[in-house]
Design a protein around this ligand. Structure first.
Ligand code: GRF
Length: 198
């Protein structure tokens, strides 16, 4: 039996990209199923959204590091993803760098959405970086995740204009709109390819 592509979503924030994925799934435009949502932030919006969509949402302790999870906690994340039979891991606003345990468990099976036109402006608050650099165009990128910071193979990008007098907030909101189109579209392509392979 061919099944929808099984996704696991990791996020630390409000979860608007997760919501965009769910809306496309529920509209029948994305042949996928979110099996689990995992967050390192106990009161993150993404976890309450998961409850709204009746998807298992789990909090994992962030541990003592700022930019990554502790290895044992990452092993827990791997276990949770495996128990949920996840085939593709989506980092949707996950504010930690994933390390060996997750990378090893899902080789070529982790993608991230980043708010700039990579390879420009990797790292934090990329929209602020673009604004400060005086760019006139920025955007968002969906890419595979490797051991670097926002360095994996690029799958797709979408441009967003930077307007005169833009504020960081307005620019980020415009980029997020583009993210909500780009990420589900890339997932739909991957899901269609998976379906052909299974
Ligand atoms: C997005 O801007 C994404 O590009 C970045 O974090 C933000 C997550 O937003 N990595 P949300 O939680 O999906 O609303």
């Amino acid at each position: 039996m061919k099944h929808p592509l099984r996704l696991g979503v990791l996020g630390s924030g409000k979860g608007s990209n997760f919501r965009a994925i769910m809306e496309q799934i529920n509209d029948g435009r994305l042949d996928a199923e979110v099996r689990i949502v995992i967050s390192d932030v106990e009161n993150a919006g993404i976890l309450s959204l998961a409850r709204d969509f009746q998807i298992p949402g789990l909090y994992v302790r962030p541990g003592r590091f700022r930019a990554k999870l502790e290895p044992e906690i990452e092993e827990d994340v791997v276990r949770l993803l495996r128990e949920a039979s996840v085939e593709l891991v989506i980092l949707a606003g996950f504010m930690r760098i994933v390390k060996e345990p997750v990378l090893r468990a899902f080789p070529g099976g982790i993608i991230n959405i980043h708010p700039s036109l990579l390879p420009k402006f990797p790292g934090l608050e990329a929209w602020k970086q673009a604004l400060a650099a005086g760019e006139t165009v920025t955007g968002c990128t969906v890419h595979y995740v490797d051991a670097g910071v926002d360095t994996g193979k690029i799958l797709a990008r979408k441009t967003v204009p930077i307007l005169r007098d833009d504020t960081p907030e307005r620019l980020h909101a415009r980029i997020q709109k583009a993210e909500h189109e780009l990420l589900p579209a890339v997932l739909a392509e991957i899901a269609a390819r998976f379906r052909g392979l299974r």
